[in-house]
Design a binder for this molecule. Structure first.
Ligand code: APR
Length: 268
């Protein structure tokens, strides 16, 4: 209701309803997928013709068994396709909005499937990375860690890049298909999903398990569920609100609402 008593435009629309849920929730958890980074220039995996897995077969380019047989295919893919995108990507308004909600004390955890590190770059601190982070590369033999920048330079000389300490096989610290998710991250994420009162799923097709089970788990434990995704997901039917919109335009509205309710002392 605005000052004139007229109902604000779209006051009954899904964005207004979602904002009301944000304002009323005490323990909000965000769950993000590749869609939140699409507006930063990082391709999604499977929803459009220029998505990564519609151009590159994940069974070859992101499968641990294939990698262990011949890592050179992955390292060429990293050198020619992934590195530049990851090295130049910057956070977008969606990432900054979630960091703002955390600073306002209204976001208790951010669970991400993304490996691009943009949530941390935007200022989010409590980030649970279910699928690891491509910015860190580790030797499978001795455990020595390197930055992706150092390994990219090394790739100009030799491919695959051997560990400088022991000559072992290097692999980015991301979860390949065929690998288990890091137990500590998955347990922490399950704990947050089970104890939140609102889970906001953002930019995920919700098709890859066990990550995709988390929004449903939150809902089953009594939380409200908001899905922000440009295309339909398998969990739209159980969501309290579905926003078929860009995360970069929706999340700043949530952040403003979170700050407004915190500033007014209305925060639940
Ligand atoms: N705003 C909101 N949603 C968007 C936007 C946007 N700007 N752009 C794209 N989307 C949506 C798409 O409609 C799509 O459904 O983001 C979703 C991204 O889905 P996927 O590409 O499947 O990415 P994700 O769900 O993160 O994949 C999960 O699969 O390959 C593995 O490890 C990889 O972490 C990844 C996992």
């Amino acid at each position: 209701m605005d000052a004139s008593g007229d109902r604000a435009p779209n006051a009954d629309g899904p964005l207004a309803r979602a904002s009301e849920l944000v304002a009323a929730s005490k323990r909000i958890v965000a769950f993000t997928g590749a869609g939140i980074s699409a507006e930063s220039g990082i391709p999604t995996y499977r929803d459009s013709d220029d998505s990564l897995w519609t151009q590159y077969d994940p069974d070859k380019f992101a499968n641990i068994h294939y990698f262990m047989q011949d890592s050179s295919l992955y390292w060429r893919f990293f050198q020619d396709v992934r590195y530049q995108v990851m090295a130049t990507a910057e956070p977008n308004p969606g990432h900054f909005a979630l960091a703002q909600m955390e600073r306002a004390g209204r976001l208790r955890a951010l669970i991400t499937q993304n490996i691009d590190g943009l949530h941390q770059k935007a200022g989010s601190e409590h980030v649970i990375e279910l699928h690891g982070n491509t910015r860190s590369i580790r030797c499978l033999a001795c455990g020595e860690r390197y930055t992706m920048e150092v390994v990219y330079q090394q790739l100009q000389e030799e491919l695959p890049p051997p560990c400088k300490a022991c000559g072992g096989l290097l692999k980015p610290e991301v979860v390949f298909f065929g690998e288990a998710l890091p137990a500590n991250a998955l347990n922490a994420a399950a704990e947050e999903a089970s104890s939140c009162d609102l889970l906001i799923s953002i930019g995920s097709s919700l098709q890859v398990y066990p990550a995709a089970a988390l929004p449903e788990q939150a809902k089953a434990r009594g939380a409200r569920l908001i899905v922000v995704n440009k295309t339909p997901t398998p969990f739209d039917g159980i969501a309290d609100v579905v926003l078929r919109e860009a995360s970069g335009s929706v999340l700043p509205v949530f952040a403003a609402e979170a700050e407004r309710t915190s500033a007014n002392g209305d925060a639940p």
